[in-house]
Design a protein around this ligand. Structure first.
Ligand SMILES: Cc1cc2nc3c(=O)[nH]c(=O)nc-3n(C[C@H](O)[C@H](O)[C@H](O)COP(=O)(O)OP(=O)(O)OC[C@H]3O[C@@H](n4cnc5c(N)ncnc54)[C@H](O)[C@@H]3O)c2cc1C
Length: 402
């Protein structure tokens, strides 16, 4: 969908050009909706249709993100009903008795966060952004070439599959892990495979999920049961590559028994299962988030293991920080897309994102090891933290508020 009539072969100039209209790119657009920035968003795929049967790709979205969405008018969408609030979280180690439990009531909060299907959130963001007069949503549209100038007095520009071109004061790469924007700006990025895949599917269980996010650390990797709005649970099961393929090859009946056993029947038997999908698990970080007239946000800048459901939350926080930094710089009459202005965004976000990446890798290593001594230490650690409310709630606050 294009909100503005365009002529074939024309070049338009915008203040901000966002490449990628996934969760993070659209979040930045929603933060800039109604501002005095002219914004273009280029996204190759329209949102996947929302149907009565929930999709398997879901995200646990934290309180910080929900607050941002409320402020931008995104959460006022009727589809927000499909965001299932979770009030509790239980995490335990399969190899021992260690367990930790978080309850929103103890924090004086109505919920710890929500579980929402990715296509539902994208549709809500898309609709909010499409209403804004200062935003041109070019979708479906594809970037075919990116010209990132050597001299920062020239503006970056992109060529589109339609034959048009766009130049902008600020080019934002929100185009995911394999970001072409990052490549065009020659920003290096570390990349490491966990040699694991996430198996995702939706299930119904004999017993209620009790609006609780459940996570069990198995020697093969973490297994999460995330409570959905309709009573189903969304499964994210991280498994070594060969094991993931084995689970995919199981019949539905055999898989349901295998999954219930791995989950120690905490929610009873698995009664139905949807189609299963695999996603390769990697982590990586861009050396720089900004260059003159360019910024990277979301997975284009960093991606992490999904074991704590934080990837999209970090990207949403990036988008909010970048929007705030450029708005403030412009209000003060500064060159808002110059690298010295954009560095404020990098300072605010890079350390926090690196810390999360390190913690996820540390957790994966700690819990993915079946050494008996290590198992004893981590079980003792889980139980200890569970009995130290101050520490426990500092940890959860960090995850909830970014
Ligand atoms: C199994 C799994 C479970 C997860 N669970 C959670 C969770 O519970 N909570 C959480 O916070 N995070 C979670 N994550 C992480 C989260 O999904 C990602 O961090 C997040 O989706 C990244 O969003 P993004 O917008 O940065 O990138 P993407 O979602 O990759 O979006 C990039 C967009 O750019 C578009 N694009 C790319 N190139 C071009 C081009 N040349 N022209 C036009 N458009 C282009 C693509 O079509 C795409 O829409 C999970 C990840 C996995 C793998």
């Amino acid at each position: 969908m294009s909100e503005r009539p365009r002529q074939q072969g024309s070049t338009q100039t915008f203040d901000v050009l966002i490449v990628g209209g996934g969760i993070v790119g659209l979040t930045l657009a929603s933060e800039l909706a109604g501002s005095d920035f002219s914004v273009a968003v280029v996204e190759r795929q329209p949102p996947r249709p929302v149907s009565d049967t929930p999709e398997c790709r879901v995200s646990a979205i934290n309180r910080f993100a929900i607050t941002q969405y409320r402020q931008c008018g995104v959460w006022q969408h009727p589809l927000a009903e499909r965001a299932g609030a979770f009030e509790k979280m239980t995490v335990w180690d399969h190899q021992g008795a260690g367990q930790i439990h978080f309850d929103s009531a103890e924090l004086g909060l109505p919920a710890l966060g929500v579980i929402i299907e990715n296509n539902v959130l994208v549709q809500m963001l898309f609709d909010a952004v499409a209403k804004a007069d200062n935003i041109s949503l070019l979708c479906p549209e594809e970037i075919t070439q990116i010209n990132y100038p050597v001299d920062d007095s020239d503006l970056p520009s992109v060529s589109l599959a339609s034959g048009d071109a766009i130049s902008a004061q600020l080019l934002v790469g929100a185009d995911g892990v394999n970001s072409r924007v990052r490549e065009a700006a020659m920003i290096e990025r570390s990349r490491k495979s966990y040699q694991q895949q996430a198996l995702v599917c939706n299930v119904t269980t004999r017993e209620s999920h009790e609006n609780t996010a459940w996570q069990c650390f198995l020697p093969s990797g973490p297994l999460a049961f995330l409570p959905m709005f309709n009573g189903e649970s969304s499964i994210v099961w991280s498994l070594d590559n060969a094991l993931a393929e084995e689970k995919m090859a199981l019949s539905e009946e055999a898989f349901m028994v295998d999954l219930a056993e791995a989950f120690e029947y905490r929610l009873g038997e698995i009664e139905t299962v949807s189609q299963r999908f695999l996603f390769p698990l990697t982590h990586g970080h861009a050396r720089d988030y900004v260059k003159p007239r360019l910024a990277l946000i979301g997975d284009a800048a960093h991606n992490i293991h999904p074991l704590a459901g934080q990837g999209a939350n970090l990207g949403i926080a990036d988008a909010a920080a970048l929007a705030e930094v450029i708005k403030q710089a412009r209000a003060k009459g500064r060159d808002w897309s110059a690298v010295h202005s954009l560095k404020k965004y990098q300072r605010q976000r890079k350390g926090a994102n690196q810390l999360m990446e390190l913690s996820m890798t540390g957790f994966k290593e700690l819990f993915g090891n079946d050494n008996a001594l290590l198992a004893e230490i981590r079980n003792a650690g889980l139980s200890l933290v569970d009995h130290l409310p101050a520490l426990k709630y500092r940890m959860i606050k960090q995850a909830l508020e970014g």
